[in-house]
Design a protein around this ligand. Structure first.
Ligand code: SF4
Ligand code: SF4
Length: 165
């Protein structure tokens, strides 16, 4: 996927999440799909994409993010929400460390401006983490990274990408 397409997708994330959330809610309520299937699919997606279910597909996540945004969407609330999670979040968050797709930084084009860290609720709250500072832990591998890709979107140099590891 080109960077331009990826950025368009990131800017449409809430729409994508809304569509998936409605489809999953419909499958559970109208089609009586067993919840276990959704749990298994959400956790399985973690193997490929990391913890994408929460911010791109989850009906509960869709509502919670809507409520947090109305209240100002503080980084702390978002961080706490993604630290707690549900069984899908627990499994897929653990898989953030080894998922096939991950957030990569191009060291050559990065200017160390720090905008990615300011955008991310993990790095903005916890100084142990940074996208670019040497000697810090990467937020991308953290359990609480919800693959919102806001760090990718924030980078003015296009130095961050979401691609095969
Ligand atoms: S926003 Fe981009 S250029 Fe700035 S520090 Fe982060 S990765 Fe580097
Ligand atoms: S995708 Fe980027 S901005 Fe979002 S939580 Fe993960 S590291 Fe932070």
């Amino acid at each position: 996927m080109s960077k331009k397409t990826l950025h368009k997708l990131i800017s449409a994330r809430r729409v994508v999440q809304g569509v998936f959330a409605a489809a999953i809610y419909g499958a559970l309520t109208l089609l009586q799909l067993p919840l276990l299937y959704i749990l298994a699919a959400g956790a399985g997606l973690g193997l490929v994409f990391g913890k994408v279910f929460c911010r791109w597909m989850c009906p509960i996540g869709f509502v919670i993010e809507f409520l947090l945004r109305r209240k100002g969407n503080s980084a702390e609330q978002m961080y706490m929400y993604h630290k707690l999670g549900c069984p899908i979040a627990w499994v897929s968050g653990f898989l953030n460390r080894s998922s096939l797709f991950s957030i990569q930084r191009d060291f050559d084009s990065c200017t160390d401006c720090g905008l990615c860290d300011k955008t991310c609720y993990i790095t903005s709250l916890n100084s142990e983490y940074s996208h670019f500072k040497p000697g810090k832990k990467s937020p991308v591998s953290a359990y609480s990274c919800s693959r919102c890709l806001e760090c990718v979107s924030a980078c003015p140099q296009n130095s961050l990408s979401y691609s095969l590891d």
